[in-house]
Design a protein around this ligand. Structure first.
Ligand code: CAA
Length: 388
């Protein structure tokens, strides 16, 4: 049985901070960002945007194409959960009017949880082919102002419908895993911003890639040359470049510069202008490949490397299905990215300083351009609304 991604769509915030604006504010050479870390813009969420409203924006165009009563589970992956107890997925379930006969749960492990949710969904469908699972990966990457992480913020949500006989990609059995209890990036319960040991985190990422690859090859007997395109977790695009170089060195593959670029560049285009979206970032990279690759990727094998600090990593692959182009939502993605409004550094700070989940009562001004938003918090309860 083929199981995988039948439909995929992503959403990001309506605002961005250019790293040129950021560099001017901080008196840093802009090439540190555009070349050194390979980023141009970071999507910035206004106060009335959170992972639930982003997820609703990502999922709604998928749900319009199917009978929503068929959704049997919502698996919501996020590092930026909105409640310590209630799953973000249940807020989403209510906002989108999903059926009551549905399982909903939140998955967490830093940037890794999206891959875990996807793999769990494929397992559920292999056990019962009638299941249709909505997988969400949504995050708002937020670090303290004036720390090294500040330039690597961003936000986004990816919604994926996981089914039998998928129209986009069939996920192949056989994964490589790697877990190690390290402190490279973490966020204690009282904080809305992540703490990170930046340089160390890049080293742990690359080390995890090597270990996950080793396990993957033992599980599948596949080699580097069996893979046509490589999607990596992208906190910033230079990280994906370093990852690909590391994999080439590890495998001893003979890859020209042109081949290197063909294998990786299309999958970085959106991430470069959206920024980090933690659990969603790997799937934004996949969408970027599908929307931007010059040649069709029909029949090609795509690899996915998911890395969640702390750390859990997984390497797996899928095969692109024939006719996949017909169900892509490329124009919606491109329009949404292009329509974002640039922020001055002060406007970004004003958004940034608006604390959210710890507030007891607040009514948010309409800043998010919809169609879904966080309307307010009353007696610690969050209220969402559809705006258009
Ligand atoms: N022109 C061109 N390049 C320049 C430059 C200039 N003017 N100035 C600096 N650079 C280069 C540097 O040489 C360096 O390149 P290398 O990495 O190849 O050596 C690069 O730009 C970055 O410069 P610094 O190392 O000085 O930058 P920094 O101290 O500000 O830290 C960072 C960079 C560690 C990535 C930081 O942005 C950070 O902490 N980010 C958050 C953590 C993160 O994203 N970690 C990634 C792995 S963990 C993960 O993937 C999970 C997750 O999503 C968080």
């Amino acid at each position: 049985m083929k199981v995988g991604i039948d439909l995929i769509h992503f959403a990001t915030a309506d605002y961005y901070l250019g790293l040129d604006t950021f560099a001017a504010e901080k008196h840093i050479d802009v090439e540190k960002f555009t070349i050194g870390i390979g980023q141009e813009k970071m999507s910035i969420a206004p106060p009335d945007e959170d992972v639930v409203s982003l997820a609703a924006k990502a999922a709604a165009p998928i749900l319009r194409q199917i009978d929503t009563n068929e959704i049997s589970a919502v698996l919501f992956a996020t590092e930026t959960g909105v409640d310590q107890s209630k799953s973000a997925g249940v807020f989403l379930h209510g906002l989108l009017g999903l059926p009551n006969r549905c399982r909903v749960v939140e998955f967490k492990h830093a940037c890794y949880a999206g891959a875990a949710a996807l793999q769990m969904a494929t397992t559920m469908i292999r056990a019962n082919s009638k299941e249709k699972v909505l997988v969400i990966a949504a995050d708002i990457a937020k670090y303290d102002v004036d720390t090294s992480g500040e330039a690597t913020q961003g936000c986004g949500a990816v919604a994926m419908l996981i089914t039998e006989s998928p129209r986009i990609i069939a996920i192949e059995a056989g994964s490589g895993y790697y877990t190690d209890d390290v402190m490279d990036f973490w966020r204690p319960n009282n904080r809305t911003t992540a703490l990170v040991d930046g340089k160390y985190s890049t080293k742990v990422y690359l080390n995890s890639l090597k270990h996950a690859w080793e396990h993957f090859t033992e599980q599948t007997n596949r080699t580097f040359n069996d893979i046509d395109y490589f999607c990596y977790h992208i906190p910033f695009t230079k990280m994906a470049e370093k990852a690909h170089k590391t994999l080439i060195k590890k495998t001893g593959a003979d890859v020209t510069q042109d081949q290197f670029e063909a294998q990786t560049l299309a999958s970085q285009i959106y991430n470069r202008i959206v920024g980090n979206s933690y659990s969603a970032s790997l799937f934004v990279s996949f969408i970027s490949l599908l929307d931007n690759n010059r040649q069709s990727v029909e029949g090609k094998r795509i690899s996915f490397f998911s890395y969640g600090s702390g750390c859990v990593a997984e390497f797996f692959t899928g095969i692109m299905q024939s006719g996949y182009e017909k169900v892509l939502m490329t124009q919606e993605h491109q329009r949404k990215i292009a329509q974002r409004k640039p922020l001055s550094y002060q406007e970004y700070l004003d958004f940034y300083k608006q604390a959210d989940s710890v507030i007891e009562n607040i009514v948010y001004p309409l800043t998010n351009k919809g169609p879904y938003r966080l309307a307010g918090i009353k007696d610690h309860k969050r209220y969402y609304e559809k705006t258009n």
